[in-house]
Design a protein around this ligand. Structure first.
Ligand SMILES: [Zn+2]
Length: 286
């Protein structure tokens, strides 16, 4: 089954991963800006990173027929440095019109500090002024509920934020309803150990249904699996979920969310049944 991985950090993955994802029918991915494993010292470092996300990575993905989209921000870990964060935020607008940029993300909280909250709100301000979609990172493990609660409160307190244009990512059993009941989209991250396993993600779907929910691998330089979404597909099939319901979670939902992007270009049409692409495919943009 064709699928979309709406959250994966390909900068830290190999070209072989792209190949295996293509073999598994990955149609498209989106790559949020994140922490690089070390704190970057200058705004220029982020400028180079944004060029990597918007210039190099889409070309590498295209070699395997995978469409690559991206999100821009300074992540919560580095947001502790407020002056650097403000410099980075001020140069984001020059990238927002680039092909494949979906919005601002992944922004959020890491240790739930005051500085992180300040920079989170300044990102919200940028997104409101530029009418961008927002992708939210929620903290891990013991701080998850408290951090998600704080984030949802900040989102609700800004009347400019439209919940259907925001995706709250890394939800688990105890935070999924905070996102959905407040009108946001949500993402489940399938990790081998921490976050959700494919079986837990399947339980969550059985608990809350398939509206406004998607799944991702959040593949990065840590222990993670770029083929985690196909694993969820297998688990849903094994439990007898209908093909249309599975496709809704792993393909239709992320695409519907992305289609609201300010910068969205037409998604190439499905190939016809005889395998020949319709003429519009050749003209379709990014
Ligand atoms: Zn991430």
């Amino acid at each position: 089954m064709k699928y979309i991985d709406p959250h994966i950090h390909m900068i830290s993955r190999t070209t072989d991963d792209y190949q295996r994802m293509a073999y598994s029918q990955c149609a498209a991915i989106s790559e949020p800006a994140f922490w690089a494993g070390f704190d970057r010292g200058t705004a220029q470092g982020f400028h180079d990173y944004f060029r990597h996300l918007t210039e190099f990575e889409p070309k590498r993905a295209a070699q395997f027929g995978i469409k690559h989209y991206s999100w821009l921000c300074i992540n919560a870990k580095e947001a502790e440095n407020v002056s650097l964060s403000r410099e980075v935020i001020s140069m984001i607008p020059e990238f927002l019109e680039r092909p494949g940029v979906l919005g601002i993300g992944e922004i959020g909280l890491n240790k739930n500090t005051a500085n992180e909250a300040t920079i989170f709100q300044e990102h919200l301000d940028l997104a409101a002024k530029t009418n961008e979609l927002i992708l939210i990172h929620t903290p891990h493990l013991e701080d998850k509920y408290k951090g998600t609660r704080m984030i949802v409160d900040m989102l609700k307190n800004d009347p400019r934020v439209k919940p259907h244009r925001v995706c709250v990512d890394h939800v688990e059993e105890h935070t999924v309803k905070l996102a959905l009941d407040n009108g946001f989209w949500c993402g489940m991250t399938l990790y081998p150990v921490t976050k959700c396993t494919p079986a837990r993600a399947c339980d969550i779907i059985e608990m809350v249904g398939t509206d406004r929910i998607m799944a991702n691998s959040a593949g990065d330089w840590g222990k993670s699996d770029p083929l985690a979404v196909p694993e969820l597909i297998q688990e849903m099939k094994r439990r007898g979920h209908k093909e249309s319901e599975i496709k809704k979670v792993v393909y239709d939902n992320p695409l519907s969310f992305w289609r609201q992007a300010n910068n969205w270009k037409e998604w190439p049409p499905e190939p016809s049944t005889n395998g020949v692409a319709t003429p519009a495919t050749a003209k379709a943009g990014y």
